[in-house]
Structure formats: structure tokens, C-alpha cells
Design a protein around this ligand. Structure first.
Ligand code: SF4
Length: 382
């Protein structure tokens, strides 16, 4: 007879860090062979962070674990073919060739890709930094490179570091506008919140409004009060038109404590002049009246937050769109304010917990003259 035990783990796939309850089964034959197999995976209801929520990726970790194509040993390419080797052999290969390669071609001849699970592994957190510093290459890539650096560049220039990302105060906002994100499927990204769908539903229950701006009628769009079916990659134009309406209709209401920290307000007012709702309507596929209404509703709400995610960052003008998300949050009086877009403060260790406000070396891109190979753009956080 099979035996089942429950194992409690944290999903390593993304920063949501959902708690998993894994049923591990052992058949009589497996007892003899000292093997186990995964039965089912579901959310750990007692997890203090995720409260039992997991997305489809978490619930299918069994399939990933058992995928015959999953790498189980290191591979070395020999005569054009990847060959499985033991770890000692792999390390010997690295040790034997890395130094020579760097000496002949320079440190940037080495590239590193850090996948998401590196951010959720204590050993990787401890030793990756040392490894990267030892290698000294600018060619560092990660999941962030693929999907969120425009947001970090915008945050760096606006707020001082690439991790000063303002996130919506979900539990207290009265108006949430989501662009290019589907938290019903993902549990949130860059803005992680246990049971994100439940929190969206709570906004509506307390009389608030949820607007989803997305080309797809996503699961989140289905639950929203308003779905704006924008054309892909035109978020920057849409947001610029919202800014245009805020200025044109005297709806700008910046808090005094934020106003004294702002630069370039007049520049933005000038820059948005030609981006009227009518001017961007064809490119965005949105009714000018719908754009106006969003700007008016946001301004009228007692609190509001714009949250832009992967659909706004993995496109042309992703940095501009990411910047405009916080321009709108600022102009509507919702930056760093209750129910608006706020800055998370870790207990310790993050840049938001160190230093003196207003002081620091600031954010730079293109350090050391580094440029991307394909388009020649300046290096970012390499
Ligand atoms: S949201 Fe999905 S992928 Fe991310 S940690 Fe939770 S279960 Fe894993």
C-alpha cells in the first residue's frame, strides 16, 4: 500500500514565494528502491504570506520535476554535442578554462544569467555576489533583464535607485488601474501580495473601482469594472494622454511634501500638449472619451494607484511607459500616499532602509561605457 507524507516548501519560481503543500507518495516498490514520487501540489493554506494561493506554474511543478528533458546533471559541449558529465568534471572544466579565457579575451568575454530561483535561494544569495564580483563582467543578465529593467531604470532616475519601485497600496486604495498585468494568474509581479485576486475583489466590495488596460481580455480584465482593450505597446501614448487631460482639465493635485521634491513639472506639461486623447486614439485603439474618463475618475478618487507590469515593460517605449505610471501617480496626488503607490520598506538590507533621503550618488546607466551588443543601448545595472 502506498504511503503519503506532506512536505511544505516555498515555490522557487518567482518573487511571490508562495507556500506549497506537496503530497509525496511512496509505493511498496519505491520503499524497496528508496524512491518517492510527487502526488499533487497545492497551496499551503497556513502559509503566512500566500494564504494558500498558487498560480498554475506552482501547481505544475510536479510536471517540471518529472520532465524527462529537465537537466539533472551538468552538460559539456564536446564536438558540437552536449554530453552529460559529473559535477567534478564540470568544475574541472570551468577551473581549467575560465582564467585563460578571461586573460585572452577580457572579463566581458564571460556572461552570466541568473534565473529567478537564485533570488530565492539562501546559498545563491550569499555566494552569487562574490562570484559576480570575482568575474568582473558587465554581461550580467537575469529574469529582470528580460521583463522589468525599464521599470527599474525609470525608478532609478525618478527616485534614486533601481529598486525604489512604488507599488500599489492594494488594501487601502479606492481606484486601481492595472496595465499589462494579470495578477489573477500570477499572484502579482514586482508588486507581490498574497491572494492578489482577493485583494482586488476587496477593492470592489468597499466601493472602489478597478480598471484593466490590456490588449487581452485576461482573467483580471474579466473581474474589472472597466476593461480598456489597448493596442499592444501603446501604453506610453495612453498614459501621456491621461497626463494631458489632467493638465488640460486642472485635475493635477500634487501633495505639498511631494511638490518640493519634484523636477520638471513644467517640462511634462509642455511635452504632453500634443498627446490629446484624440491624437492617440488611433494608435492606442481607445475611445478618447474613455481616456478622459479614466483621468477624471482617478483624480476624483479619494485614493488611486496605477500599476504597470510586463505588458508595459517588454515593449518599445517601455521605460517611458514605466516612468509615466509614476508621473500619473504623482500628478493625481497618489505617490507615496495611503491608498496610492507606496514604497515597500524591508526590515533591513534594502536601499530604501539606508542612507539619508535626498543624498547619494544617484542612478546611472552605461557605466564603464558598456553597451548592448545588438542595439548599442547603454548598460543597465550590469
Ligand atoms: S505566483 Fe506562481 S510561480 Fe510565483 S511563487 Fe507563486 S506559485 Fe510560484
Amino acid at each position: 500500500m502506498s504511503e503519503t507524507r506532506l512536505a511544505f516548501r516555498t515555490c522557487p519560481l518567482c518573487e511571490a514565494g508562495c507556500g506549497l503543500e506537496i503530497a509525496v507518495q511512496t509505493s511498496p516498490l519505491q520503499v524497496i528502491n528508496k524512491t518517492e514520487s510527487i502526488g499533487r501540489i497545492r497551496g499551503d493554506m497556513d502559509d503566512v504570506f500566500s494564504h494558500g494561493f498558487i498560480c498554475p506554474k506552482g501547481s505544475t511543478l510536479k510536471q517540471l520535476h518529472e520532465d524527462p528533458d529537465r537537466l539533472r546533471k551538468p552538460l559539456i559541449k564536446r564536438n558540437g554535442v552536449h554530453v552529460e558529465v559529473e559535477w567534478d568534471e564540470a568544475w574541472a572544466e570551468v577551473a581549467g578554462r575560465l582564467q585563460d579565457l578571461i586573460e585572452r579575451h577580457g572579463r566581458d568575454a564571460v556572461a552570466v544569467y541568473l534565473g529567478n530561483p537564485n533570488a530565492h535561494s539562501l546559498s545563491a544569495m550569499l555566494y552569487n555576489r562574490t562570484l559576480l564580483q570575482g568575474l568582473g563582467t558587465h554581461n550580467r543578465f537575469s529574469a529582470s533583464t528580460v521583463d522589468q529593467l525599464p521599470k527599474q531604470v525609470a525608478a532609478g532616475y525618478m527616485f534614486g535607485t533601481g529598486v525604489h519601485v512604488a507599488v500599489p497600496d492594494l488594501d487601502r486604495t479606492d481606484f486601481l488601474m492595472i496595465l499589462g498585468a494579470n495578477p489573477y494568474a500570477s499572484n502579482g509581479s514586482v508588486c507581490t501580495a498574497p491572494d492578489f485576486p482577493g485583494r482586488i475583489e476587496a477593492i470592489k466590495t468597499r466601493g472602489g473601482t478597478v480598471v484593466v488596460v490590456d490588449p487581452r481580455f485576461t482573467r483580471t480584465a474579466q473581474e474589472a469594472d472597466t476593461w480598456l482593450a489597448i493596442r499592444p505597446a501603446s501604453d506610453a501614448l495612453f498614459l501621456m494622454a491621461v497626463v494631458n487631460v489632467l493638465f488640460a482639465e486642472n485635475l493635477v493635485k500634487i501633495q505639498d511634501r511631494i511638490a518640493v521634491l519634484l523636477n520638471g513639472l513644467e517640462d511634462i506639461r509642455q511635452a504632453c500638449q500634443r498627446f490629446t486623447p484624440e491624437a492617440v486614439s488611433d494608435a492606442t485603439g481607445l475611445d478618447p472619451q474613455a481616456i478622459r474618463q479614466v483621468a477624471r475618475d482617478m483624480s476624483a478618487a479619494s485614493s488611486a494607484a496605477v500599476y504597470g507590469r510586463i505588458g508595459t515593460t517588454t515593449t518599445e517605449f517601455g521605460t517611458t511607459a514605466s516612468w509615466l505610471v509614476d508621473v500619473v501617480n504623482t500628478l493625481t496626488g497618489n505617490l507615496d500616499s495611503v491608498g496610492g503607490a507606496m514604497f515597500a520598506k524591508p526590515v533591513l538590507g534594502g536601499p530604501t532602509t539606508r542612507g539619508t533621503s535626498g543624498k547619494g550618488s544617484g542612478f546611472r546607466i552605461g557605466r564603464g561605457g558598456g553597451k548592448t551588443k545588438v542595439n548599442g543601448y547603454p548598460e543597465v545595472m550590469g
